[in-house]
Design a protein around this ligand. Structure first.
Ligand code: BGC
Length: 358
């Protein structure tokens, strides 16, 4: 009997201890949580894997707990439910690179009601006052760098009677950045289309006409192949202004498969994806605008540090999201070409030589 009693007593003590522990843990989760949720759109494009890795590493080094999630392959309902889980798990800050800046719906209000700050990462979240801050690169400048590169490469300002043929490939219509990239480039190049120095042979040069659903390489390739077959069988293609590397890859593939001209068209890009760097080196892609994801992660971690300590993060711009001008920090993009890729990508430690097939 004594034995049974002491076993029961021991069991009771164990239960009591476990119970206490559980209570304490729940207390830590909600009140003193330092959990940061990071929601990335897809693993199908290299830059987002790098963004996610950089964010996680830098946040963990700063002492935060991190819940990093990828929304399948750009699946909006998955992104929404992953954000809901992060809120339920007690996240204090959500860092969201939205698949579609206008389609996150009620999860934004849920976050606001729960007192969770939202940082729109790289892509602005539209039509909501629940987004607290925006951390990105200067998206318009990305476009002007692409446009200016083509202007200089073809020496358009001194073209005289010479004309050059150009096509455009822009990004996903649901990505607020895509319009900024395209407008930045077109604000440089449009005047040459207007004065006849640049000829847009396909006649497709509004954002709606040249946008690429999902930034898809295959979709862009199919469109450029079509354009080459229809308009460039006997005509020289001088430039394809592509908003990023996944679309540039589509244009490069289309040109390799279908273009019969003797020249190598000027092709722009953005991101310096591993798959594109060999093209930058061999000249089949002329340039990419480089946005160092380490810098963006650093800036975002700084914002989180300020938010967590109850201070206003440093900002250097505002970006209109349809509801209000979101306090923003815009990092500076730079041009990467065959001439400076070693310094920009290798010497800086961004890639190893093996990463870019060297
Ligand atoms: C990013 C680009 C990227 C594109 C496709 C944009 O929002 O700013 O860097 O190439 O999305 O993922």
């Amino acid at each position: 009997m004594k034995k049974i009693l002491s076993v029961l007593l021991a069991l009771l003590m164990v239960f009591a201890l476990v119970g206490c522990g559980a209570k304490e843990e729940a207390g830590t989760d909600t009140a003193d949580s330092n959990l940061v949720g990071v929601s990335m759109p897809t693993k199908s494009l290299q830059r987002w894997i790098q963004d996610g890795d950089n964010m996680k590493a830098q946040l963990e080094a700063a002492g935060y707990e991190v819940d990093l999630q990828y929304a399948g392959d750009n699946d909006i309902p998955t992104q929404v439910s992953q954000c809901q889980n992060m809120i339920a798990n007690g996240a204090k800050v959500l860092v969201i690179a939205a698949i579609d800046g206008s389609s996150l719906g009620t999860v934004l209000d849920e976050a606001k009601q729960a007192g969770v700050a939202i940082i729109a990462y790289d892509r602005l979240i539209m039509n909501s006052d629940a987004v607290s801050y925006y951390a990105s690169f200067d998206n318009y400048k990305v476009g002007t760098l692409q446009g200016t590169y083509i202007e200089t490469a073809l020496d358009l300002a001194n073209a005289g009677d010479k004309t050059y043929n150009i096509e455009f490939c822009a990004g996903d219509p649901g990505d607020n950045n895509a319009g900024y990239f395209f407008n930045g480039a077109y604000d440089v190049l449009g005047k040459y289309v207007d004065n006849g120095t640049l000829v847009n042979v396909s006649g497709q040069h509004t954002f709606a006409e040249v946008a690429t659903e999902g930034w898809s390489t295959a979709t862009c390739q199919a469109r450029v192949e079509n354009i080459i077959n229809s308009f460039y069988a006997d005509t020289q293609l001088d430039a394809v202004c592509c908003s990023n590397d996944s679309t540039a890859l589509g244009a490069i593939n289309a040109i390799a498969a279908n273009y019969k001209g003797g020249n190598t068209p000027v092709i722009t890009g953005q991101d310096c994806d591993k798959a594109n760097v060999p093209h930058i080196i061999d000249g089949t892609q002329s340039m990419a605008v480089f946005k160092d994801t380490r810098t963006l992660a650093e800036r975002t971690v700084k914002m989180i540090n300020s938010i967590m300590s109850g201070n206003a993060p440093e900002t250097n711009a505002t970006y209109p999201n349809g509801t209000y001008d979101v306090p923003s920090y815009l990092c500076d993009p730079i041009v990467c070409t065959a001439d400076n890729y070693k310094e920009v990508l290798l010497d800086s430690g961004y890639y190893t030589a093996a990463d870019i097939g060297q």
